[in-house]
Every structure is written in C-alpha cells, then in structure tokens.
Design a binder for this molecule. Structure first.
Ligand code: DP6
Length: 394
C-alpha cells in the first residue's frame, strides 16, 4: 500500500533594520555584509506550506498561491537538493529519525500567503523559510537549516528564527559560516509594535536580486557601507535591542534604511524604491518626533515604497490617527486598519499644525498592525493540509 507522508508548517516574514544589500557569491547567496531583522508575528503575516511525498508521485511539483509553478527554478532546486543531501548524510550517520524510505520519493509542494502578494510585502523570505522548514520535517532532518533557506533567498535565512535575528555574513568561500542566529526571542521586547503601511504603488519596482547585482558592480558607496559602516552598526544595533533602548534602535533603523536607499541612488543607472508617499512618511515621522522632542517612531523601507514603522505600544493609537489624517483613505477607516486592534485617539489641532504637511489622499491603502513573533511552526491539525492525500491541492 502506498503511503503519503504529509506535513504542513508556517513561517514568518521578517523586516531588516540593518539591511542586506549585495552578494559576494550569487550561487550560494553569500552577502557582502551582516544584517539584522525583526521577525513579524504570523497572526498577521505568514506563509503556510504543505509538502507531501509518496512513491506514487511521478515528479516534483509546486503550487504557489493556487497556481502551479516551475519546479526547475534554480533556487527551489538548491533548497530541495540541500535538504535531500542533509537527510542522506544524517541517515548515513545512523540518525534513526531520518525517514529513509521517503528520500527517493518525489515531493509535491503547495504554499499560500495569508496576505496579498500584490501588496509587495517581502514574501520570498517567508516562502523559502517555510519550504525549507517543511521539507526538513518531511525528511526528518533537524538542526541548523538557515544555511539552506539562505540559498532560496538571502533574507529567508533570518525567517528561520523568531524575535530579533542576525545574519552573520561569514568569511568562508563555501558559505558554511554564513548563517542566521537569534539575538533575542520574540518575548524580549513586548512593548515594541510594528505597522506596515501599504503604499498604493502603480508599478513593480526593480527586484532585489538584480538591483543588488547592479549596486555591487557600480556603487562605491555600497562598498564603503559594507566595509566601514555596517560592522559598527551591527554591534550598536544588537546593544540597542538588548537594552530595549527605543531611541537608539529607532535612529539606527532610520539611518540604515536611508543609507540603503542612498546606495540605490548611487547605483548606475540609479534605482528608486521610494516614491512620493514614502517621502511623505519620512517627513511625517521626523516632524512627529521633533514635535515631541524625542524619537517615538521610526521608519524603514525595503525594495519598494511600503513603509514599515516601529514604535512603542503607548504611541500606536495616536500615530495611526496621524497617518490616517495625512493619508486620508478611500474607505472610512473600516478596512484601513488590519491586524492587531488599535484604539482610536483624538488628534489635537496643535499636533496636526506642528506636522504641517499637505494631506495625500489614498496614498496608503491600509495599515497592518503587528509585533515581533516566533519562527516557523508545525501545523498539527491534519484538516489544515493544503494538499489532498492524492497529492493535489485542495
Ligand atoms: C532590501 O533576500 O529578496 O529586503 O537574496 O537575491 O533573494 P535575494 O534577495 P532578498 O533581498 C532583500 C533585500 C532587502 C533588505 C533585507 O531584507 O535585508
């Protein structure tokens, strides 16, 4: 009788506060600098992946968000190959937990996000982290997996852990020392809140992979950043996180985002990820902080116009009202706020005037309110598998 072995797991999105930009090895995905991120809570943003193996499957197949995709994609192949290699090695070492029967079987993979892919939120990190974590469970391999997730997408290695995570760049040519490591768990800083401001973007920006390639080839600022700026910032950022020093954390986060976008402008031809909405968010944050004479809010931007805001719980309700005022939404508030509930505070005229920006109607589609969260998890409930026992999507 053919038995289908089936496992479902979930994995989180992460947002870098010290950015990864630039590779020293394209194949192995080895970075030119270390980076540090916060893992976002999976209640708001996650990828769910089911992997099934069976002797009856004819070939490896993958479905992403309801559509069958090309399994021969080189980065998918790297992850599959490395997990199978690890499983064979562990079996060779006599580890009884490794499912040796399934090793020769083909896999079916089905993956979905609980957030719209079109929103331009980094989904490849959660996607590859989830793939690697689920494959490992299916084949019964445990232990360090971030080095395999890294070969799917660099930032994916950081999604293998919860809380505050560093990706140590490593020195070796084979990449064995280029791994993610948890700095502090998700419970470390419970007051920290994260707001994802989804900008209503018109067009798809240049992808990270090709963008960072051009930056490495042409930007001397990027070289300076990687060699002389990031090493010191990593130390300072880890200390700020450990001390829960919001002002220090916030300032470093904003400066690092700004420097990353400066290296994009220093790329030739230049790359623009920030648009007028992003620029308005930047002004808003600085004016808000200046009004209070302290750093209460920070922004960071990846390879697109969406802003990710860090603040403390006590400032969330006022700050989201500020955002709603300066980016009047289409709908009347209802669908504008998603995720963790936010209280509605009244905005003072004084604060609005102090900020003094011209409102940009519909500049932001919606806000997802979230916090730091755990790393990948196994879904125990078999009704939640995304594949039937026949190996086809439900
Ligand atoms: C700006 O991890 O998407 O989000 O390794 O080529 O897949 P590849 O790139 P990717 O790059 C992420 C870049 C970033 C910064 C960051 O997350 O550190």
């Amino acid at each position: 009788m053919d038995k289908t072995n089936i496992v479902t797991c979930t994995a989180p999105v992460n947002i870098a506060v010290i950015k990864y930009w630039g590779k020293r090895d394209e194949e192995l995905i080895l970075p030119i600098n270390s980076s540090l991120s916060v893992t976002l809570h999976q209640e708001q943003l996650k990828t769910t992946t089911t992997v099934a193996t069976s002797r009856s499957f004819q070939e490896d197949r993958i479905w992403l968000n309801g559509k069958e995709e090309d399994i021969t994609h080189p980065r998918l192949q790297s992850c599959l190959r490395e997990i199978r290699r690890l499983a064979r090695k562990r079996r060779g070492d006599g580890d009884p937990s490794v499912d040796s029967t399934g090793l020769s079987h083909k896999v079916h993979i089905c993956s979905v996000n609980n957030f719209p892919t079109a929103a331009g939120l980094a989904s490849s990190a959660a996607g590859f982290a989830c793939l690697v974590y689920t494959l490992a469970r299916v084949f019964g391999v445990e232990g360090e997996l971030s080095g395999i997730a890294r070969q799917g997408s660099g930032s994916a290695c950081r999604s293998m852990y919860g809380g505050f995570v560093q990706w140590i760049m490593g020195k070796k040519d084979d990449g064995k020392d280029s791994l993610a490591q948890q700095v502090e768990p998700e419970t470390h800083w419970p007051e920290l809140r994260i707001l994802v401001l989804v900008a209503s973007a018109e067009r798809k920006p240049v992808g990270s992979t090709s963008g960072m390639q051009t930056s490495v080839q042409t930007s001397s600022l990027l070289k300076h950043r990687a060699e002389s700026v990031v090493p010191g910032r990593m130390v300072e950022m880890i200390e700020a996180v450990q001390r829960k020093d919001f002002a220090a954390f916030a300032e470093l986060t904003m400066k690092d985002s700004n420097q990353f976008h400066a290296t994009c402008l220093d790329t030739y031809p230049p790359i623009f990820y920030l648009n007028s909405v992003s620029q308005q968010v930047i002004s808003l944050v600085h004016r808000y902080n200046r009004h209070y004479g302290e750093t209460r809010v920070a922004y960071t931007f990846d390879a697109g116009p969406n802003a990710v805001i860090f603040t403390l719980q006590q400032h969330v309700s006022e700050f989201v009202q500020v955002v709603q005022h300066f980016f009047p939404p289409e709908t009347n508030g209802g669908q504008f706020f998603k995720g963790l509930p936010v209280n509605h505070a009244a905005l003072s005229e004084e604060l609005k005037q102090a900020i003094g920006l011209e409102p940009m109607p519909k500049g932001i589609s919606y806000i997802i309110s979230t916090k730091a969260g755990p790393g990948p998890c196994v879904v125990e409930d078999p009704t939640l598998h995304l594949l039937e026992s026949t190996g086809l999507p439900k």
